[in-house]
Design a protein around this ligand. Structure first.
Ligand code: DX5
Ligand code: ZN
Length: 216
């Protein structure tokens, strides 16, 4: 199956966010990646549920909501109601990860867990059967436009082995470009997030295609 491309709207023009979401939809993206930051778990602030609700009518594609907030649990229902289809929480920001994952599923949404670059993959071993996705952070979260951390390639490969035949996506987020996407896919990624590499020029279709067709 071909890789899923999820442009991060962190790099979009916030003054016209609805139109930007429509533009990446029409440019052939698979999911819309929405980076939620709280100024506490990460040193930046972004979108609350009202913003997600406002852009929901602009596309039918999957809203992939990456919560970089601590705690996430009190806000899960708000993000689900705002229009998230898949909700990802950070393992480092959750003392009760298993409970949060069960709650996301009870809301009828897909559930993901994200790991910061320093976090070993073993932390997800006992929640694997509750997961729809594992998100490997290939930069330290908080900002777009950072460089890919090469050590995460080994982590992606290890997670692929842990997952085995389970239907769990491996998403990779941070510093993904048309130049390095091929090795991220080769390691086992099934979904690539890209912010600056998609929004760097107005030809979003060409930028998405370049990542999708990346070759070493
Ligand atoms: C970082 C975010 C990423 C980021 C990716 O905290 O989770 O989604 O926006 O941006 P690029 O592709 O520019 O590294
Ligand atoms: Zn993200």
């Amino acid at each position: 199956m071909s890789v899923l491309i999820a442009p991060s709207i962190l790099s979009a023009d916030f003054a016209q966010l609805g139109a930007e979401v429509k533009a990446i939809d029409e440019a052939g993206c698979d999911w819309i990646h929405i980076d939620v930051m709280d100024g506490h778990f990460v040193p930046n602030l972004t979108f609350g549920p009202p913003v997600i609700k406002a852009i929901r009518p602009w596309t039918k594609k999957t809203f992939d909501v990456h919560l970089m907030i601590d705690p996430a649990q009190p806000y899960l229902e708000d993000y689900a109601k705002a229009g998230a289809d898949l909700i990802t929480v950070h393992a480092e920001a959750d003392k009760h990860l298993d409970r949060s994952l069960q709650f996301i599923k009870s809301l009828g949404k897909k559930a993901g867990v994200s790991l910061n670059p320093h976090t070993p993959e073993g932390i997800i071993e006992y929640v694997l059967d509750r997961l729809d996705m594992v998100l490997v952070m290939s930069v330290n979260p908080g900002f777009g436009g950072q460089s890919f951390i090469e050590s995460q390639l080994e982590k992606i490969a290890r997670i692929k082995r842990m997952i085995g035949s389970r239907p769990i996506d491996i998403q990779v987020d941070g510093g993904v470009t048309a130049d390095n996407a091929w090795k991220v896919m080769a390691a086992g990624a099934t979904c690539l997030v890209a912010g600056s590499a998609v929004f760097k020029t107005k030809d979003y279709a060409a930028n998405i295609a370049a990542i999708r067709n990346s070759k070493g």
